[in-house]
Design a protein around this ligand. Structure first.
Ligand code: HEM
Length: 123
């Protein structure tokens, strides 16, 4: 569908880690970004981004407390969204901000759906 963003698994993102001529992708809050063209312009240096190449850099990105300018640049670099199954995995490994979410009905439903998607998308 036009305008709809492709889903990528963490494994697919990991293949775009800037090595061997691949582009540099990273995940921030379940969105997949291609930051290849921005690396050299990054005020914090390219090394900080390289550290998170092919991975989920949400925590470090947030820890710095980037400005709305940074968010605006980020939006222009979006290439996709993280596959739902991996979003769930991220939450289980500490991405979940609010522990009260864990047992909610929505969350359980989402977990069930995620399991199904896991089978389809993430093997
Ligand atoms: C995930 C890894 C990242 C880390 C750890 C990180 C860290 C930092 C740090 C430490 C600075 C401060 C540099 C200084 O003042 O000397 C900075 C600035 C900045 N970064 Fe990042 N950064 C990351 C990714 C990104 C990405 C992906 C973008 C945008 C596409 C971005 C955009 C900016 C901008 C615009 C600034 C200037 C200050 C501001 O407007 O917030 N950063 N970053």
């Amino acid at each position: 569908m036009p305008g709809e963003l492709r889903e990528y698994t963490l494994a697919e993102v990991a293949q775009r880690n800037g090595k061997g001529g691949s582009p540099t992708w990273l995940v921030i809050r379940d969105i997949v970004y291609d930051v290849t063209s921005y690396m050299e312009d990054h005020p914090g240096g390219s090394e900080l981004i390289t550290e998170w190449a092919g991975k989920d850099g949400t925590k470090d990105f947030d820890d710095f407390g980037h400005s709305s300018d940074a968010m605006r640049i980020l939006r222009t670099l979006q290439v996709g969204v993280l596959a739902k199954c991996d979003q769930a995995k991220n939450r289980q490994t500490g991405g979940l901000k609010d522990v009260s979410d864990v047992g909610s009905e929505d969350n359980l439903l989402e977990k069930k759906r995620s399991k199904r998607r896991k089978f389809i998308l993430c093997g």
